[in-house]
Design a protein around this ligand. Structure first.
Ligand code: WTA
Length: 664
């Protein structure tokens, strides 16, 4: 054990030396307590060290590594004709300017800044500028609704919000500024004092010299044709007068950037100061603000990126995840930049303008390492091999997946068709809470098994526990937990330390509990079997059934609701809801649409249930608990319900089977 500790400290200590610390750490590399029965939970990494994340991922690369002229991002817009690129030097310059803007707006170390933006270079600039001034960013996925945005802004009291006028995802136009304004009006008092707005649509339309995008010097945005359908529609929201605008709060990004200076001293922070808060679903329905800190997160994302993707300086790496999710934080922004990598930042969707878009982009930029989600693979697989084979993909070397278990069929298609049997697949298992990869193969090192995330990354110590908390050895199935901390483990749930402790450390004292079920095979390989709490994973996005239920409950006609997970061929899982109506309300198609829209409005389109059925009564135990286990079976039309002896009234079941909605 002692030897392990020395190895651990030595391993990470050596990696820490590759980065810049204004002052080095004193004492242990890591201090922690995982046992709630003994004391409060805490995890501290490199105490005493001071540093700056932005300095490490930009200044260090430009000044020490001489990577100033290297491309940091190829930006690929929603339309193939719309693209740009930015070097490390230019990115640093933009970030310094925007960091000065933040300071001019009164933002200082420890302040919270909300970011609600499309996948554009300014999003990366905004994140890194926050990191430069020591502010904590809280990024809200731009597909979330006004309600969801408002809830997240209020929860961590963001005094500044950064957004854009609007954007396209495929054919769909999203009026981001309108949603933003709605969010700010929702709850009377809101903490946002200023809102900085990127004029994104205008820039793509006119190649406007005064626009934000052209502040990035070599950004070569192709002019879109004026008769273009998109721009005709976009025109309506382009001008200040045509989008909701509040003179007291709103400022244009390009206007404040014009006056900003290019010199900006980074704020030197403690390694344990917060870097960001990112919300993830919690089983109570209220999202949890997962807090990550600077030092450990830097080391862990940099190292996992380097080894899992076998990073080489000549690589062009592409992670398709949105920056609004943890994958976009760790493996589109911080991990790749910490290594001085060149990445693709893609604004669009895999099916627009056609289903070859991914492969076209891979050939356009000669992408070598490609990281996406099983849901995208399953979606594209439906269209067969031809759209893939139309493009060469010869540049590809390594493929990755993340977000949910990948079914062997999708794995094999990814391997055989996309990768032409040349590229190993890194199935990376991790969570918002872990900050970086936990179970993952390493290319050319780990023999692969389709559907298994294989083995732990360096210094990760997993265990499988039984229901009663015993560690199971050898071949086993049970609860996946981690026995020791790793540098990028989350540090708290913002605003509720108690919730942090109870969500992750209470069920099995002494362990970090992931909430996932897992099998270990005879070779010691890990296979994630899915969530074992009331969470579900739709297209790689975690949702809690409670969150969806409370959105539906707000509808006047609804007396009671229960949401369960149902398998879906592309999304992995989908939502199937049972609703009991109040007297005097009828179950109609319009009502079903209203209920689905209610969820869209409260949470966002990703959470909209696929199926809603009427339930005169829900199956409950004698103590009144809804028996979701039975509802899951009813949704799947499985008549073998197992033990129903705790059910208060058995007669409710037949009616539920009768009113089932046909599923795919
Ligand atoms: C699931 C995403 C199987 C898992 C990085 C986890 C996976 C949840 C995999 C976290 C994988 C993620 N194999 N399941 N390779 N990757 N998951 O917080 O259930 O959005 O707990 O982080 O996704 O989702 P989150």
């Amino acid at each position: 054990m002692f030897l392990l500790l020395i190895l651990y400290t030595e391993f990470w200590g050596k990696i820490a030396k590759e980065f810049y610390w204004k002052t080095p750490y004193t004492g242990n590399f890591m201090d922690y307590n995982f046992d709630l029965t003994r004391a409060k939970i805490y995890i501290r990494c490199m105490q005493g060290a001071t540093t700056n994340m932005c300095y490490n991922v930009l200044d260090r690369n430009v000044n020490e590594k001489k990577l100033g002229d290297k491309i940091a991002f190829y930006w690929e817009g929603n339309k193939p004709e719309d693209y740009a690129r930015i070097t490390y030097k230019e990115l640093l310059q933009q970030v310094c300017k925007f960091a000065n803007v933040l300071r001019a707006q009164g933002i200082k170390k420890g302040d919270h800044v909300a970011i609600y933006m499309p996948m554009i270079i300014e999003l990366i600039v905004a994140m890194l500028a926050c990191a430069r001034v020591g502010a904590v960013h809280s990024i809200v996925f731009a597909g979330f609704s006004a309600e969801a945005l408002s809830e997240r802004i209020l929860d961590c009291s963001c005094s500044l919000l950064i957004t854009a006028d609007g954007f396209y995802r495929g054919d769909k136009f999203i009026k981001l500024k309108e949603i933003t304004d709605e969010a700010l009006k929702l709850h009377g008092e809101n903490p946002v004092k200023k809102c900085i707005v990127v004029k994104h649509l205008k820039a793509t339309k006119e190649n406007d010299k005064t626009s934000t995008q052209s502040n990035l010097p070599p950004a070569k945005r192709a002019c879109l044709k004026l008769q273009d359908n998109h721009n005709e529609k976009a025109k309506n929201v382009l001008h200040k007068t045509q989008i909701p605008w509040n003179e007291e709060v709103d400022v244009w990004w390009h206007e404040v950037m014009k006056e900003a200076g290019e010199e900006c001293e980074p704020e030197w922070c403690s390694a344990e100061d917060p870097l960001f808060i990112l919300y993830t679903s919690g089983s109570t329905g209220k999202p949890k603000g997962v807090k990550h800190t600077i030092g450990g997160y830097l080391l862990y994302t940099a190292t996992t990126f380097k080894y899992v993707f076998d990073y080489q300086p000549s690589d062009v790496y592409w992670c398709t995840a949105d920056v609004g999710w943890i994958t976009g934080h760790s493996y589109l922004t911080y991990g790749p930049l910490a290594n001085g990598a060149t990445s693709v930042l893609f604004e669009g969707v895999p099916t627009y303008p056609d289903v070859s878009r991914f492969w076209e982009i891979i050939d356009k930029y000669l992408v070598t390492k490609f990281y996406t989600a099983p849901t995208a693979i399953r979606l594209l697989m439906k269209y067969g091999d031809e759209p893939v084979k139309r493009f060469s993909r010869k540049s590809l070397k390594i493929l990755g997946t993340v977000g949910e278990p990948i079914n062997p069929e999708a794995w094999l298609w990814y391997y055989n068709v996309v990768g032409d049997r040349r590229c190993p697949i890194m199935d990376t298992y991790w969570q918002t809470e872990t900050g970086g990869h936990m179970l993952t193969p390493l290319p050319a090192v780990t023999p692969l098994k389709p559907g298994s995330a294989t083995l732990p990354f360096f210094s990760v110590v997993p265990a499988i526990l039984s229901e009663s908390g015993e560690e199971l050895e050898g071949e086993a199935e049970g609860y996946l937990v981690f026995k020791k901390p790793w540098p990028s483990i989350m540090r708290e749930v913002y605003g509720s330390y108690e919730r942090f402790e109870s969500s992750y450390f209470k069920r099995f004292p002494g362990y970090f509990v992931t909430g996932d079920g897992c099998k270990r095979d005879k070779d010691g390989y890990y296979w994630i079997t899915g969530r074992i709490d009331d969470m579900l994973n739709i297209s790689g996005h975690l949702l809690s059934t409670a969150e969806v239920e409370s959105a539906i409950m707000e509808h006047l006609a609804v007396a009671e609701v229960a949401a369960v997970s149902h398998p879906h061929p592309v999304k992995g899982e989908s939502l199937y809801c049972f609703v009991t109506l109040k007297d005097g309300h009828e179950f109609t198609d319009e009502l079903v649409t209203e209920l689905k829209n209610q969820v869209r409005k409260k949470i966002g389109p990703i959470a909209a249930p696929d199926y809603i059925q009427i339930a005169a009564q829900l199956p409950k135990t004698r103590s009144g608990k809804i028996m979701r286990r039975l509802l899951r079976k009813i949704a799947r039309n499985e008549r073998d319900l197992g033990n129903t002896s705790t059910l208060a009234d058995e007669s409710v079941l037949e009616a539920l089977f009768k009113n089932r909605v046909e599923t795919i």
